[in-house]
Design a protein around this ligand. Structure first.
Ligand code: OAD
Length: 269
């Protein structure tokens, strides 16, 4: 493992180790959207699960017990997401995809985030493991819709236009299976890559946390971008400690020679 308090010192060695034409798989978590103003889950003080109890808000049981509370919480999160804009970390990943996926598919982005910020940054080859907060699904007929509704002012829960069933946000709740197709594609992408990038995830929530380990077993080069150490850190080849909005543009422009527009004054340094 190569680790340094100053990630810039690692970049030259990293650039030498990375095959420019290698297949890249990226796994992102809440940290990549933190600088867009969307709270993460487990960080002290600011993490959502520090303030809210997932058992009351993110399980099917909670929804059936108190759908108004659950809907109100998701509407609040939707508002945050709607106001947020992709940050330089999202944009750098999108630039890397454009660079690598010109002729053949050499870049896959797996995300645990439900906020659509990767889509809005221009990424295309995205696997959403935990659903999407802007989509909805009917509890009864499973019809999915992309146009978010909301509770009526007097707290009526949205109903399905097809069958009248209760509608819920199309996200994965605790105790639920991940969408099988997304999981299969994610597994395949982890198995088949030369370079695996884990960005802004605490790397503890399964099954996503197994993806870098699969890449590791298949001898991919593993790079972690995070402001903190995680349980994955001891297994990775390069730990780049820092904010993803700063590290990703530097990493991607240095290794793949992609000209990145300058996002902030600090980028000039
Ligand atoms: P976590 O909140 O568990 O972890 C966020 C990680 O991002 C932490 O390791 C932080 O150190 C790191 N981080 C924070 N800001 C950062 C920044 N600017 N740059 C780089 N790293 C930063 O979020 P996830 O790992 O995404 O699932 O959590 C996984 C799943 O747990 C979520 O998808 C959600 C949650 O329960 C469901 O809701 C199903």
């Amino acid at each position: 493992m190569i680790d340094s308090a100053d990630f810039l010192k690692i970049l030259p060695d990293l650039a030498k180790a990375i095959p420019q034409n290698g297949v890249v798989t990226v796994l992102t978590g809440a940290g990549v959207s933190a600088e867009s103003g969307i709270p993460t889950f487990r960080e002290a003080r600011t993490g959502l699960w520090e303030k809210y109890d997932p058992a009351e808000l993110a399980t099917m049981e909670a929804f059936l017990n108190n759908p108004k509370l659950v809907w109100a919480w998701y509407q609040w999160r939707r508002e945050l997401v709607s106001k947020a804009i992709p940050n330089p970390g999202h944009l750098a990943l999108s630039a890397l995809e454009q660079h690598l996926n010109q002729d053949t598919e050499k870049f896959v982005l797996i995300t645990q985030n439900v906020d659509s910020l990767h889509h809005r940054a221009g990424s295309k080859n995205i696997i959403e493991l935990h659903g999407n907060i802007m989509r909805e699904v009917c509890l009864d007929c499973y019809q999915k819709t992309n146009s978010p509704t909301s509770m009526s002012p007097d707290g009526e829960i949205p109903r399905c236009s097809n069958c009248g069933g209760l509608i819920r946000p199309d996200v994965v709740w605790f105790g639920e299976q991940l969408p099988q197709k997304s999981l299969d594609l994610a597994w395949q992408a982890a198995r088949n890559c030369d370079i695996f990038l884990s960005v802004g995830t605490s790397a503890i929530v399964q099954p996503a946390a197994s993806l870098p380990m699969i890449a590791y077993q298949n001898e991919a080069i593993i790079i972690e971008v995070n402001i903190n150490q995680t349980p994955l850190s001891p297994y990775v080849d390069f730990v780049l400690q820092g904010f993803s909005s700063i590290v990703l543009p530097k990493l991607i422009s240095r290794v793949w020679n992609i000209k990145m527009i300058s996002f902030s004054k600090n980028d000039e340094k």
